[in-house]
Design a protein around this ligand. Sequence first.
Ligand SMILES: [Zn+2]
Length: 339
Amino acid sequence: MGDMTLKERLLNALEGKKVDKVPVCSVTQTGIVELMDEVGASWPEAHSDPEKMAKLAIANYELSGLEAVRLPYCLTVLAEAMGCEVNMGTKNRQPSVTAHPYPKDLEGMEMPENLLDKGRIPAVLAAIKIIRERVGPDVPIIGGLEGPVTLASDLASVKTFMKWSIKKPELLGQVLDFATDATITYANSMVVAGADVISIADPVASPDLMSPDSFKKELQSSLQRFSSKVDSVTVLHICGNVSHILDYMADCGFEGLSVEEKVGSIKNAKEVLGNRARLVGNISSPFILLPGPIEKIKEESKKALAEGIDVLAPGCGIAPMTPLSHIKAMVEARNEYYA
Ligand SMILES: [Zn+2]
């Protein structure tokens, strides 16, 4: 047990097997301005340049102590490759989708030929290979992407997506199937490139936007198909208070479910999951990790460990202005907990 590698520790934790200690990492975005300056790999360039993308990702493993390398830093790589327009953001603002290819209907919707050669997908795949070469075989690499629901809403616009959910279920089903196919293809290409864990963030599946009933009836099957077709351990992140869909999320087939602090008691959440999935999180990115202070970060981290969190992690994407010392505090808290 003492000889457990970081990769074994994370994979075991997500699969519900024995670990020597709970791993600490981030399954959501890790880019922070302090590290961009430290290693000379800033946004927005690090979203497109494989060398910079890899450098910044590795920095958050080497310099903060997080026990995985996670990339990339946005939820727009696949959306862009599928025809969405993207604003690349700034040094401290993530890229975002600004225009949608199918805002009215699905006329002409077709999978791009050579999807994996489109947009920034080759850069992400190249970055994964660079990372593997630099960190060796024993450090886990987490490949992130937008989930099928979020991609579908990017293709049609959130407004249209929500409208279809109420008025045109056949169009909703079509765009979801199409988006799910694309996420599976892209995720598996990351696995082939060297990713050990695939982590999707699917904010549009949140109860903030879609009712628990819609989640079960309209969205769950796409997430189930994704997890069953992707050839690695998978994690599902959904933002907001997911208490009312946690039971449905647990039936989606992902090894890990990443949740925010809004989910409330870790103990209760774990009871809902049973042995269907492991809980990842849930240190608040905007309210604890960003502002600190360090003592508060440590206190919250140790509380999460005591309540049985399976992987200690930020509750959502790390805010770019978060100080490095605050991320380190989460790692230190885990170490102190086992000291
Ligand atoms: Zn989130």
